[in-house]
Write a protein that binds this ligand. Structure first.
Ligand SMILES: C[S@@+](CC[C@H](N)C(=O)[O-])C[C@H]1O[C@@H](n2cnc3c(N)ncnc32)[C@H](O)[C@@H]1O
Length: 196
């Protein structure tokens, strides 16, 4: 039984190639940090269960998380905006997304997300933050006015980078608009749901 049989085959093929890279340090087509595969599967499931349709990703890398989120968005009849500062990575991601047949549901925003996210109109109902740890609070505050009630902000690396992200955890746990919880999958995901 193919472990990715629940995905469309074109998408599964590209994801399989990217996941092989996880196990071939030094032989990767293009190195870039990625979500842990279990986190990616969890987020895919979460988007489908939550029926989210207006997705935003901050830190798209070479497109591993982008493929998972775009696939779920596509199944929900939605759309994903993905932000990446490194042009070369965004171009690799664009190729992966095209090969997977998901180019119709993804908008690439190449540039510094601290600026590009601020310029987006929104609204969004699902946001993934997976980028420079020092900027997580900045992104959280930038997206809050654009997040729909019941919308979800997911931040990666909260257990792998617990010390660096302690201020972020403090921030979201004490924010009056959110309920927040750590899910210890992969490198640790902080889920913050906008309650109103
Ligand atoms: C952890 S990687 C993202 C991995 C990706 N989410 C995945 O799972 O495949 C973080 C990415 O954030 C990008 N990045 C860093 N600072 C940024 C900024 N100010 N604006 C947009 N992207 C940024 C990096 O270039 C890098 O590709």
């Amino acid at each position: 039984m193919d472990a990715l049989a629940f995905l469309d085959e074109r998408v599964a093929q590209v994801i399989r190639e990217l996941e092989e890279d996880f196990h071939k340090t030094g032989q990767e087509r293009m190195w870039a940090p990625k979500l842990h595969p279990e986190s990616a599967r969890f987020l895919h499931m979460l988007v489908l269960i939550g029926k989210y349709r207006r997705l935003l990703e901050i830190g798209g890398g070479v497109g591993y998380s982008t493929l998972w989120l775009a696939h779920a968005a596509h199944r929900n009849g939605g759309h994903l905006v993905t932000c990446e500062i490194e042009v070369a990575r965004a171009e690799v991601s664009r190729r992966h997304v095209r090969r997977a047949g998901l180019h119709g549901v993804v908008t690439f925003l190449i540039g510094d997300a601290r600026q590009t996210v601020g310029e987006l109109a929104g609204p969004f109902d699902f946001v993934l933050i997976d980028t420079t740890k020092a900027d997580y609070i900045t992104y959280f505050e930038l997206v809050t006015p654009k997040l729909l009630p019941n919308g979800l902000i997911v931040a990666d690396n909260v257990t792998s980078h617990a010390k660096a992200l302690a201020p972020y955890i403090q921030h979201v746990r004490h924010h009056p608009l959110y309920e927040s919880i750590t899910v210890p999958i992969g490198k640790g995901l902080e889920l913050s749901r906008r309650v109103r």
